[in-house]
Design a protein around this ligand. Structure first.
Ligand SMILES: Nc1ncnc2c1ncn2[C@@H]1O[C@H](COP(=O)(O)OP(=O)(O)OP(=O)(O)O)[C@@H](O)[C@H]1O
Ligand SMILES: [Mg+2]
Length: 408
């Protein structure tokens, strides 16, 4: 939400306010049907037809969000729009502005609502800039939507919480969902991994994930700190994934209470397994104390799929399964996902994920293909699919999507 007291905090009201300003500037305003994707307001003025996207987030709008809107404008379904305006309440990240200033798209304008006016950030001398009296909106409308919280938590450090949180977000983004990643770990690794400008620690941490099939919309991953996350300001978001601190008490209680699902990554290594199974049941207990309804899923990370490991893995898995089954007898919402259904394989791509920070290149996921395949991508899509099939998360599915890519 903007610091401007005249900005309504309800997204619908903010949208109406911008619509009114545009109307007062001489545009004919059409509000699209509810749940229209890609834009919020349609403007007409002579031959001009403009798609307007409106955001009243507390954080600055990210490069990923701008890229997503740009890609929407290039889709055949957006062909009638001569240009697109992205208007927000709290400005754009430096990366987003650098992005448009370097690419110089001629069909895109970025503006910030301030004190009754839209101030254009790009291009600077936009003709539509005009001082318009502020309109105040009343009647807050409560937006009901199926927002789902997924916590990635375990009491044990270094078993892949951050890796799983980021790439599960990547899998949902590939499926067309905008995802918010809330970084609860005091180390702020997730933030660092998605930072657009490594020299600006508080800057834009986001990623635009292009669509996998032509003609579809891409999606965004946005990393926020706990205090930047506000349900009411991200009305397009249906999935929030929290990368937790391994110290339960360091995670804000009010957020853990909201977890619909909790993913508990674990490795299947012989040395730690007896102790480790105990870590998982302790984790179940911790989460249950705070969230009565959360469904909890332990998933094997760094799984060794080689033939050599098959027998050992079987023995270790039986041991772990017995331990978890014993616990699940008292809490049926806790389970171990069998690796045949979903697992995260050990991969060099995941081991070296984060190299871009050292190299100084842009954020990326470990979904790059090697010889036409990406095991991390397949594994995380499979985990997302497992969640869709075993929870009510599939209610999110309101767009056509293909989970598995055809092999080339
Ligand atoms: N499937 C995998 N294959 C190979 N390496 C992996 C895999 N998953 C995680 N790693 C590596 O393991 C290390 C620890 O992972 P990560 O940082 O995600 O764990 P964490 O649980 O978030 O740790 P912390 O408790 O410190 O927050 C990282 O170096 C990561 O690259
Ligand atoms: Mg971590």
């Amino acid at each position: 939400m903007s610091n401007d007291p005249l900005v309504p905090s309800n997204p619908d009201d903010f949208e109406k306010l911008i619509a009114l300003l545009c109307q007062q500037s001489g545009y004919t305003v059409t509000m699209p049907p509810a749940n229209t994707k890609g834009y919020d307001i349609e403007l007409k003025n002579g031959v001009q037809c403009i798609a307007v996207q409106v955001k009243n987030h507390k954080a600055k709008c990210s490069i990923a969000q701008v890229q997503k809107f740009q890609e929407y404008l290039d889709l055949p379904i957006a062909a009638r729009f001569s240009s697109g305006w992205f208007i927000c309440a709290n400005g754009f990240s430096q990366s987003a502005l650098t992005h448009v200033e370097t690419e110089r798209p001629n069909n895109l304008c970025l503006g910030t609502y301030h004190n009754g006016t839209v101030v254009w950030n790009y291009p600077k001398s936009h003709e539509a800039e005009a001082a318009i009296a502020a309109a105040t909106m009343s009647a807050a409308i409560d937006v009901q939507r199926p927002l789902k919280y997924i916590g990635v938590f375990t009491c044990k450090g270094g078993v892949g919480k951050t890796t799983v949180a980021a790439h599960l977000a990547g899998a949902f983004a590939l499926m067309g969902h905008d995802v918010i990643l809330v970084d609860l770990d005091p180390d702020k690794n997730l933030r660092k991994l998605f930072l657009q400008d490594p020299t600006d620690e508080d800057g834009d941490a986001s990623l635009y994930v292009p669509p996998k099939m032509k003609g579809q919309e891409g999606a965004t991953i946005t990393v926020l700190n706990h205090d930047q996350w506000n349900e009411d300001h991200y009305k397009d978001t249906k999935i929030v994934i929290c990368d937790c601190s391994p110290v339960l008490t360091e995670n804000p209680r009010n957020l853990v209470e909201k977890f619909n699902y909790c993913i508990i990554p674990t490795t299947l290594n012989p040395l730690g397994i007896a102790k480790h199974a105990d870590v998982i049941t302790r984790t179940f207990k911790h989460i249950r104390q705070l969230s009565v309804d959360a469904e909890m899923f332990a998933i094997i990370n760094s799984y060794d799929v080689s033939k050599d490991a098959e027998k050992r893995n079987g023995v270790l898995l039986d041991h772990l399964q017995r331990h978890i089954d014993l616990y699940a007898a008292t809490d049926s919402k806790c389970q171990l996902i069998h690796p045949d259904a979903a697992k995260i394989r050990y991969s060099v791509a995941l081991l070296y994920w984060g190299y871009h920070i050292i190299e100084g290149s842009k954020p990326q996921l470990a979904f790059r293909e090697t010889a036409g395949r990406s095991y991390p991508r397949t594994d995380f899509l499979q985990l997302a699919e497992y969640l869709e099939n075993h929870t009510d998360i599939d209610k999110l599915r309101d767009i056509e999507h293909v989970i598995f890519q055809p092999r080339e």
